[in-house]
Structures are given as structure tokens and as C-alpha cells.
Design a protein around this ligand. Structure first.
Ligand code: BES
Ligand code: ZN
Length: 641
């Protein structure tokens, strides 16, 4: 039996690597050029001017570099579309010695290596001007500018903001976009502290994923300097900046909301549970270790729903539904303060350690704040979405530890990492009990706090610390199947879907014609129940029935971005063209990849839809974030001009 299990496990691993060139090496980051075993960047100090005129950041980054290998002579950094003016070695006294540098070959998705010739011997330990240098540390100054098309930045015109008067800038560094605005070792296994001086035109406010320091007076050029310091060591993908007409409203002494003035009231009302969420997560999983927890509401072009930048999550305004029904997204980004930011995936193959764990934590927070029914609904919708994705996904991409060597790591953002990862933890909860799993997770977060780990390190910790609590409850073969196997194990533990029984019954009766449209009990439906209703309508629903729904419930005008998206999929499938103007409006105002991508995909299935998709996209593309544009380009293939 044991041997059989082992053989089965080996088969999974073999199947996993069969399509690839060589066996993948756990812990090796194939998405970074940096030579992390020879040099390690420990601290990044930024000094940047923000120019909206040229859509560039201009200034320098000082990297404190530790030499790990005494014979190493070339420091390799990641870069993408950066203009490097000079590189120098800064002596403790401040004198700079130029260093030679050159770019290596460009690689798809990854940019170019920046090779810097390092002096043979590091400066001796000197203490001066209050700064201390360890024996093998040196400070490398890189004078540079970002380029307007930087993949990690979006520069918005005033027209693209809520206030329409001032421009806006925000970053999105995960997965590998920090390198498009800072030259550094852009690998999640390298952790750095950072500080920054950011100069912005008078009237604009700068915020970062760090402690906020003093704000200066306007200088001769009319620029105001903002100071930031991040004292905890974080991976580069968590370095974040936003600049705009940004104001702040406190929710509690340690939490609050940043947003444009025209959005702040709605945002503060929607997210008034922020403090309760932090408190709930602390009770479940241990202390919040980042000081403040604030959120920043971005303009609607934000490519992701949320981004867990430490101390300051960046959030899409599309979760402001007016009834707190989409706030699980905040619970999710907050939960990353434990799973992801405290214990970080070492490579993008290990992304499920970030996201699968976070979905599990998120659901526990939602249950605590909004009850088991709401949590169960979100669980069921998650599994549905996962099943849909598994039906289309290449089996080689269905493992939790997924081989992304030939892929853009941004394409690893699938329900497999999120919902299959969550189901693995749910399975462990089922076998060991909730209390035992919770204790285990707390100790996991303590044990690996402020470290980056890969899948096999987690598995070793699991074998040593959870499995012995109930010998035999989970077999090695099961662990292997979860992590290295495709699809879902037959013994996965699914949420009971009886929470949706009334909605499902109503839908069936309506479809059978025994319940008329006006009698659908929608008045009591939450967002989640609407999604269940819409997502499970038959693909061949006749156009007139679609029209009935729209007439009764004005779904094309829904202000709830998730409901609207689910509805538009129904409308497009039935070629219900009265909705098309609203589809177009939606695609022109919202840039969140997860919401717009399925709509373009659905439109492209018919010639008429494709024409609409093309016409809309040519108008919408200039306003989309580079990450969203990259995804939609693949679907719509706009005519090159
Ligand atoms: N960290 C992710 C966003 C991300 C992942 C950006 C990979 C770039 C590469 C964030 O925490 C996230 O998961 N956001 C989700 C929301 C969540 C509730 C599932 C999103 O944006 O939809
Ligand atoms: Zn996440």
C-alpha cells in the first residue's frame, strides 16, 4: 500500500515535469535574472521626482548590497524598460565611484538583466555620519528614469479620475513589475526594507506601502517631498506608490481609508468594518505585525480587485456596492498581512501558498463578521468558478505547485491557486479539526514570519507539525495528489450547497414557467444569491426571457459591478442587444481584468459581438492598465496601426 502510494506520487511528479525541458528546481525563481546566491540586496533607498508631464519617475535608487559569495564580481539586477544614466559605488563618506554596467538580452515577460561590475573587495567596515556598514555590504547608487510604458505603473489623466482635475499615478508591482520602476532583485525570495523621498507637484498627495513621514514645503520647482519608511523586510512586489488627489478618513486609531475626495464618504461607509476585520484576524491567526492597516481606493482602471501592499492595501472602487456585499475582498487583502506578506511565496510556482491560504483566512474572517451563511455562499461560488476553470485548463497547469517557467507569472492568477489551495486547507481542517488547523496556522505564521518559503518547505513543516497530531488522518499520497496532481481529489471536502437551495428552486420554477418573473423572490436576495441565479442560467436561455429579467430588475443598469458582469454574460450569450450600450459603458469605465476579460471573451464568440468588442476596445484600451491591456490584446487582437 505504502509503495503504491509512493509510486502514485512519483507518477504525479513525472507527469508534472514531462512537458518541460528539465525537472523544475523547487526554490529557484525562474522569473528573475538576479544572482541571489552571490549578492543580496538588503535595503532600497529611493529618491524620485514624479513627472506627470513625461510620465516618468526620475532620480536614484541606493541599494545596500550584501556580498554572499566573496568571489562574485557581477551584480545582476532585474530591469524592464528603465533608462539607466549611471551606476556608482557610494563610499560611507558619500563619495561616489562610477561602476561599469551593461544590459543583457531581453526575455519575454521578464525585461532585461542589468549587469553591474562590482569592485573586488568590499569597503572595510567604517562607521561615519551615523551609518554603519557590515563588512560585506556596499551601497550601489543607480541614477535612472522609468519609461512612460512601465508595466508596473499606470499614469492617469485627470479625465480618468473621479475629480477630473488632477492626474493620478499608481503602481502594481506583483508579480514581476517592480523592475519596471525600480532596478532591483525582483524576486519574492529577496526581502528588503525600504525608505523613499518622493517629490510630487504641489496639490498632489503621495502614499506608499510604508510608514508615512514628514511632508516638506514646495521647493523651487513647485515639488513637495513626501518621506516613507518600511522597517519590516518585504519582497519587492510589495513596494507600492500612488499619487493623486488623495484624502484620508480614519475608521479606528489604527485603520482608515484613503480615496479621492468625491469617493471618500462612500468608501468610509462601505468599509466601516475595517477595524473589526483586523481584530477578527488577530484573534484567529495571531498579532497584526505591521502597525497601521489602511486601504487606498484606486480609480476604476485598477487592474486587480485588490493588492495587499503592506500597511496600505490598494482596492478597486468596483467593490463599493453600497451594501458591504463585496467587502470579502478587503478581508482577503487584509489576510495577506499574514499569508503572503509575513510568510511569502519564494517563487511564483509557490503562489498558492499566498493565495490559497489567504482565501481560507478570508472566509474565516467573513464567517466571523457576516455569519456562516454568507461565508458558505462565497465558498460555493468559489468552487463553481474553480470547476469552470478546471474544465478548460491544461492538466499541466492544474497543480498547486505549478510550473510557470514558460509563462507570464501574472497568468498564474487562476482559481487553482486560490480555490483549490483553499480546498486543500479545508481538507486538512476536516481531517484535523478547526482548532488544530488554526493552532497549526498560527505556529506556521510565527515560525516563518518575515521569510519567503517554497512549497516543499511548507510540506516539511506540515509533516512535522500537523500530521503527527492524528497519525493516519492524512496520507502522504493524498498530500502529493493535492500539491502535484491535476484536478481535484475525489476525497476533497466541498461546501454544502444547500445555502442556495431557495435560489436554485426559484430559478428552476421560473425556467419551467411555473413562477413568473415578477414573483421571483429577488427582494431578499443578496449579491451572492443574485450571482448564483445568474451564473447558473442555461446557456441557451431565449432572448425574450432575458428581456423579461431586464425589464423586471433593470439588471443592465445595476450599480453592483459583480452582478452587472454576471448579467452581461447572460445578455451577450442571448444576443440581447438592448444591453450592449451598457456593456460598452461598463467596458469603458472599469479596467479590472477579472471583470472585463470574460466579457470580451464572450463578445468575441459571434461576429456581431466581435465587432462591438473591437470598437469598444479601441476606445477603452488607452485607459486600461498595461496588465489588463496585455490580457485583452490576446483576446481581441486589435488592428495594428
Ligand atoms: N495578490 C493578489 C493580486 C495579484 C496576484 C496581483 C498576482 C498580481 C499577481 C490579490 O490579493 C488578489 O488576490 N486579488 C483578487 C481579489 C481576491 C478577493 C480574490 C482580485 O484582484 O480579484
Ligand atoms: Zn490575494
Amino acid at each position: 500500500m505504502r509503495t503504491l502510494a509512493k509510486l502514485a506520487a512519483l507518477a504525479w511528479v513525472a507527469a508534472a515535469s514531462a512537458h518541460a525541458q528539465d525537472a523544475i528546481k523547487p526554490g529557484v525563481d525562474y522569473h528573475s535574472f538576479s544572482n541571489v546566491s552571490e549578492f543580496r540586496v538588503k535595503h532600497v533607498s529611493l529618491d524620485l521626482d514624479v513627472s506627470f508631464k513625461t510620465k516618468t519617475l526620475n532620480g536614484h535608487a541606493d541599494l545596500t548590497v550584501l556580498r554572499e559569495n566573496p568571489t562574485a564580481r557581477v551584480l545582476v539586477l532585474d530591469s524592464r524598460d528603465l533608462d539607466i544614466r549611471s551606476v556608482s559605488l557610494v563610499a560611507p563618506g558619500g563619495t561616489a565611484t562610477p561602476l561599469t554596467f551593461r544590459f543583457g538580452d531581453e526575455k519575454k515577460f521578464l525585461g532585461r538583466p542589468l549587469n553591474i561590475d562590482m569592485p573586488a573587495a568590499s569597503p572595510p567596515p567604517v562607521a561615519s555620519a551615523g551609518k554603519r556598514f557590515a563588512a560585506a555590504e556596499s551601497v550601489i547608487r543607480i541614477d535612472y528614469s522609468s519609461q512612460p510604458q512601465a508595466s508596473g505603473l499606470q499614469w492617469l489623466t485627470p479625465a480618468q479620475t473621479n475629480g477630473k482635475k488632477l492626474p493620478y499615478l499608481f503602481s502594481q508591482s506583483e508579480s514581476v513589475h517592480a523592475r519596471s520602476w525600480i532596478p532591483l532583485q525582483d524576486s519574492p525570495q529577496v526581502r528588503v526594507t525600504y525608505d523613499a523621498t518622493i517629490r510630487v507637484p504641489k496639490g498632489l498627495v503621495a502614499v506608499m506601502s510604508a510608514a508615512h513621514g514628514a511632508v516638506g514645503k514646495p521647493d523651487a520647482k513647485g515639488l513637495v517631498a513626501y518621506r516613507f519608511e518600511m522597517h519590516e523586510a518585504i519582497p519587492s512586489y510589495l513596494i507600492a506608490i500612488a499619487v493623486g488627489d488623495i484624502t484620508f478618513r480614519a475608521i479606528s486609531p489604527r485603520t482608515g481609508v484613503y480615496a479621492e475626495p468625491g469617493v471618500i464618504d462612500a468608501a468610509a461607509a462601505e468599509f466601516s468594518d475595517l477595524e473589526r476585520m483586523v481584530a477578527a484576524c488577530e484573534t484567529l491567526f495571531g498579532p497584526y505585525r505591521w502597525g497601521r492597516y489602511d486601504i487606498l481606493i484606486l480609480p476604476p482602471s485598477a487592474p486587480y480587485g485588490g493588492m495587499e501592499n503592506p500597511r496600505l492595501s490598494f482596492i478597486t472602487p468596483t467593490v463599493i456596492a453600497g451594501d458591504k456585499s463585496l467587502v470579502s475582498l478587503i478581508a482577503h487583502e487584509l489576510a495577506h498581512s499574514w499569508s503572503g506578506n509575513l510568510v511569502t511565496n519564494a517563487t511564483w510556482r509557490d503562489f498558492w501558498l499566498n493565495e490559497g491560504f489567504t482565501v481560507y483566512l478570508e472566509r474565516r474572517i467573513v464567517e466571523t463578521l457576516y455569519g456562516a451563511r454568507r461565508e458558505r455562499m462565497e465558498d460555493v461560488l468559489g468552487v463553481q468558478s474553480l470547476r469552470g476553470e478546471l474544465a478548460d485548463a491544461d492538466p499541466a497547469h492544474q497543480q498547486l505547485a505549478v510550473d510557470l517557467r514558460n509563462d507570464d507569472p501574472d497568468d498564474g492568477v487562476t482559481d487553482i491557486a486560490y480555490e483549490k489551495g483553499k480546498l486543500f486547507l479545508q481538507f486538512l481542517e476536516n481531517r484535523f479539526g478547526r482548532d488544530e488547523l488554526q493552532k497549526f496556522l498560527r505556529s506556521y505564521f510565527d515560525h516563518f514570519a518575515f521569510q519567503s518559503i517554497y512549497t516543499e518547505q511548507f510540506l516539511d513543516y506540515l509533516r512535522a507539525n500537523l500530521l503527527p497530531k492524528k497519525p493516519g488522518a492524512v496520507t502522504e499520497a493524498q498530500i502529493q495528489e493535492w500539491v502535484y496532481g491535476p484536478g481535484l481529489p475525489t476525497y476533497a471536502v466541498f461546501p454544502a450547497d444547500d445555502v442556495f437551495a431557495p435560489v436554485d428552486a426559484a430559478r428552476k420554477a421560473w425556467l419551467a414557467g411555473t413562477l413568473n418573473t415578477a414573483s421571483l423572490p429577488t427582494r431578499e436576495w443578496s449579491t451572492q444569491e443574485w450571482l448564483q441565479f445568474l451564473n447558473n442560467l442555461p446557456a441557451d436561455l431565449p432572448r425574450d426571457r432575458v428581456a423579461d429579467l431586464d425589464k423586471a430588475f433593470a439588471l443592465s443598469k445595476s450599480r453592483n459591478a459583480e452582478i452587472a458582469m454576471a448579467w452581461f454574460l447572460v445578455a451577450i450569450r442571448a444576443d440581447y442587444d438592448p444591453a450592449y450600450a451598457d456593456v460598452q459603458r461598463y467596458l469603458l469605465t472599469i479596467g479590472r481584468r477579472k471583470l472585463v476579460r470574460p466579457l470580451y471573451e464572450a463578445l468575441m464568440k459571434t461576429p456581431k459581438g466581435a465587432a462591438l468588442a473591437r470598437a469598444t476596445y479601441s476606445q477603452a484600451r488607452p485607459g486600461y492598465h498595461p496588465i489588463t491591456a496585455t490580457a485583452i490584446d490576446l483576446i481581441v487582437q486589435p488592428k495594428k496601426n
